[in-house]
Design a binder for this molecule. Sequence first.
Ligand code: ATP
Ligand code: MG
Length: 343
Amino acid sequence: MSSNEQTCTQPIGLDVGTSRIVVARREGKKYQFEAQLNAFITLPYSKLTHSLLQREEVFHEVEGEEIVVAGNDAQRFAEVFHVETRRPMRRGVLNPQEPHSLAVVRRLITKLLGNASEGARVLFSVPAAVDHQEDGLSYHEVSIGQILKALGYAADPIEEGLAVVFSELAGSNYSGFGISCGSGLCNVCLAVLSVPVISFSIPKAGDFIDSHASAVTGERATRLRVQKELSFHMNGFGGDRVQNALTVYHDDVIHTLTSAMRSKIATAQQLPKLHRPVPVVLSGGTAMPKGFLDRFIAALHTLDFPVRISEVRLSDDPLNATARGALMAALASDRTYANAAVA
Ligand SMILES: Nc1ncnc2c1ncn2[C@@H]1O[C@H](COP(=O)(O)OP(=O)(O)OP(=O)(O)O)[C@@H](O)[C@H]1O
Ligand SMILES: [Mg+2]
């Protein structure tokens, strides 16, 4: 695999997600996004396969007896070769059970970012801890930081929920709830004037929905996922058992998430006084199905929620919100860009 030859000086936002890695850059007044699937396949090495992959310009690397195809090409070639894609990450962090995890993430980040000159600033998303469990979070954070530093970046982590606050809540002076419902986790951050007050994650999101709906319907999880992304909407129960199973597990995510929000706030030791009602913004792929927002709002209403809410809405760009917010936070903390960033 050849690394990106460009050297970068501008601040960058990087979302290291369980199913996708997204990079955000600013070009003029616009934000530009680029994404790679955080997945790979391995094929047995042969000279012929290797030269065919080279000829087709497939993103791959030879590792001993294996060829590793990573990123968006992994999905394409999984279908061609009838193999399952594997994931370097699980529940928001590098998967310790997967020997290729670090190498694949390094290659994908290198491909997306290239080398930095003059220590360009990168903020990369990390999940908030799941209920005091360490679960490889420090290892993950340090490893991603090292990958970025080796490329020449000045890298710092930003919690995913806080990145969503930066992306979506400029209108309320960066006060309110930023939520990302992703693949491995749902991440939540309540911030006041951009300072995180409560951050946590729950280990139920898209992968939980896929695997549980798969178990009760007998459909393969990857097929379910495709169906979910193409045509699923949460408009109640009907005759279709896949649709029904997906509804049950989306509801499970919504109820676990809203109950956790309620109990975290109720038990918080030092919650600052919120003088005004605050907004809630949902982002991430799992919040995208039609009806998800309405069911989330209904669940909040039934809970006698301890904080006054001004509005609940879905991000305009749910799959890029984390990377965009990381970029906005990087711009805001970079002296050269600070004045232009908070627009
Ligand atoms: N249009 C869609 N409708 C329903 N679900 C979707 C859609 N697009 C993506 N998803 C689901 O959203 C999840 C991926 O979301 P996202 O890209 O926000 O996660 P991630 O950032 O990679 O993961 P995490 O934040 O948990 O580490 C997957 O479970 C995917 O199936
Ligand atoms: Mg995410």
